[in-house]
Design a protein. Structure first.
Length: 294
């Protein structure tokens, strides 16, 4: 398995984009089967460079996350990244998870503060980490991993001082040892360009990878954005509203919107895109076909 920092370096040298997918641990055995035996094999036809697997609120899916990352790497030969959060874990408990990941050949970790189960205000676990930069620093000290972290083009929802303050904190996190940044979903590319340009002017050179979510229903997107604080541009909302409760139409609209969004990002020098698949293959496949990347 490769380090993701090396994947980015190699693709940049070739003048080719890095394409990656995100999955979440299913809650049922049937969901596990669909993900591992249907969705992932279907998306492997697109020849992704790597994928990631989320950690669940409060680290509640820790064992499943490691297990799925391990299965993807062994069964499909695809580099997979494990998400890791500071929620509900002491430093010792995190060390145990990191050691298990290392033993299973996992070389890439997305270091996150994480959100507490059920929402509310984040509170550090006694003996644990309060901020993601502390987890990044610890992983760098341990060595042996390529470390990613999260970025927020519109600013983190918990940062009340403004998005530039949040971006300064991201720079500090990168300075602690993060190799690349994967962003929260967004629907207005202008927000990403402002985010990127600010960090580049601050001297940041690591890959800043936009995270793209293809919409499949209005209620779904509104729920996601309410949780993360992303804004819905008027043209996007108008298109979704025309679809009403027709999820087939909303999915088609989401594919077209995300395809146009990605095409614009590539025209403006983006090195790669991370797709939030929601454990489904259809929308991501159609987007990459539209972009000529399938």
């Amino acid at each position: 398995m490769q380090f993701i920092r090396d994947i980015h370096a190699a693709k940049k040298a070739q003048g080719k984009p890095v394409i990656s997918f995100e999955f979440f641990p299913p809650k049922t055995d049937e969901g596990d089967k669909n993900l591992l035996e249907k969705t992932i094999p279907e998306l492997m036809k697109l020849r992704p460079d790597f994928c990631s697997v989320t950690y669940g609120a409060g680290g509640g899916t820790r064992d499943k996350t490691i297990g799925i990352v391990d299965r993807i790497q062994r069964d499909h030969g695809l580099t997979a990244m494990m998400h890791l959060t500071c929620v509900n874990a002491t430093k010792g408990e995190l060390t145990s998870v990191i050691n298990e990941a290392r033993q299973r050949g996992i070389k890439n970790i997305l270091a996150l503060r994480g959100d507490p189960p059920g929402g509310g205000e984040f509170k550090a676990t006694p003996g644990g980490f309060e901020y993601s930069y502390q987890l990044v620093t610890y992983l760098r000290e341990l060595g042996g991993f390529s470390i990613g972290t999260a970025g927020f083009p519109e600013g983190h929802i918990a940062c009340k001082e403004g998005r530039q303050v949040d971006w300064d904190r991201l720079k500090a996190k990168i300075d602690c040892g993060a190799d690349f940044v994967v962003t929260q979903l967004f629907f207005d590319n202008a927000d990403f360009y402002a985010f990127r340009d600010y960090l580049v002017k601050k001297g940041i050179t690591v890959p800043l990878v936009p995270g793209i979510l293809p919409a499949s229903s209005g209620s779904q997107v509104k729920r996601f954005t309410a949780l993360c604080g992303a804004q819905l541009p008027a043209p996007f909302l108008a298109g979704l509203d025309k679809c009403g409760s027709d999820d087939v139409a909303a999915t088609a609209f989401g594919i077209d919107y995300a395809s146009a969004q990605c095409a614009d990002l590539f025209r403006n020098g983006i090195e790669g895109i991370h797709y939030y698949t929601l454990n489904k293959a259809h929308s991501t496949t159609r987007i990459l076909q539209n972009l000529g990347l399938a």
